[in-house]
Design a protein around this ligand. Sequence first.
Ligand code: UN1
Length: 506
Amino acid sequence: MPKAFKNLIGGKERDSASGRTFENRNPADWNEVVGIFPKSDRSDVKAAVDAAKQAYREWSLYPAPKRGDIVKKAGDIMVARKEELAREMTREMGKVLVEARGDVQEGIDTAYYSASEGRRMFGVTAPSELQNKFTMSMKVPAGVAGIISPWNFPMAIPTWKIFPALVSGDTIVFKPASDTPKTAATLVEILVEAGVPAGVVNIVHGGGNEVGMAIVENEDIDLISFTGSTTVGKKISEVASKSLKRVSLELGGKNAQVVMDDANLELALDGILWGAFGTTGQRCTATSRLILHEKIHDRFLDMLAERAAALKLGNGLDESVEVGPCVNEAQREKIHSYVEIGKKEGARLVLGGEPAKGGALDKGWFYKPTIFSSVRPDMTIAREEIFGPVLSVLKADSIEHAIDLLNGTIYGLSSSVYTRNINSAFKAIRDIKAGITYINAPTIGAETHMPFGGVKQTGNGHREGGASAFDFFTEIKTVYVDFSDKLQRAQIDTYSDNPGARRGKN
Ligand code: UN1
């Protein structure tokens, strides 16, 4: 019998109020049930928000460096359990083991970074324009945070949000993706073991409409951090605006890698294979467009097709496997429907273009690495996020042309340019409209201490990662202390026409 998991609300394990449940299955072997989880609804969300609200004052008064110590301890536990966490993740989500280990490591890095930030969280002091007056700004906790996370980075992305929120002094209502509830449940279990008090982190399992939207609508939630699709992000933004809560959105991408004729082609080839087909293309940062300089276009495409055709698909727990399954059947169908559109719109199918079948592959949601060439920028497969192992190849005749093509979507998350020409590299750095630009490296590979996020419809201006995450999870309090013992009026006494008033009398 698979294990039945529960919500954690106010430090107590609870079934959903309705008693309903859902199954979590292995996408590489759909017969295998990983766990049974509560299918919660609005009333479970309300209980969790009440618990988080109640726990808030005490937690927010606990010193930030000590909140950091608890998060550090969680990082230590993750180090000790890294291999087990990675295997668990591969089983519930499908990414290959080496990537699952990277995903857990990203959580560990975030734990240690966030813990240390508890001893910084710097504010600003500045001279006052008046004598005997002191002024500073400081970061203070922002309240109860609703955390809604996706399935593609089941450990890393929840930690990007939860660890800085905790160190900031916020309490949490966490709704993980229903495709990856187990890794999320384990993360919460680790936080409890590390010493997070009851009610500070609450987890409510279930669907986006029933649980996610109930969190967004709840008036006692002060901020929402969401990673997922642009469509859902827009809906969250709209609903959240009714109560003017702060919202951080990390949404879709249509990331491109440019390969110039002066690039190291072998290096660029390794980059595109990793960027396009790593995590089966199911990353917001995945490379879904390849822009090749016309001089190397045909040669590079041949090299790529040969290497991509040799990628080994299968269950990610087998260390020799390079590409795991899609996360579920609906995702595979969506990917395939984009492939059909690509064919219809006249792109040339170079490789793949169908589910991968045969033997053990029949048990899961596998899709062949797919490459389209002769893609025009106006085609659907050049514009829309597919979130699967499908790469669209375009042709450019100069760095300026390549950058124009790269910028030609509604998204702006990650970008990559392979060139050995320093002028081209710096033009790209200046002119690419994206939150992240890599030179001579693929579109994936963000590090946790650096800002992460995108421009245009990839987000709404916030950044996760590093110190910038703390800007989101805290409020800024500005403080003035006047020790002159008299009324001093900024702007008026400072620049009065009476020169005597300018200097004050002390
Ligand atoms: C995501 O794609 O959703 O840079 C996050 C990367 C990872 C994080 C990706 N470190 O690809």
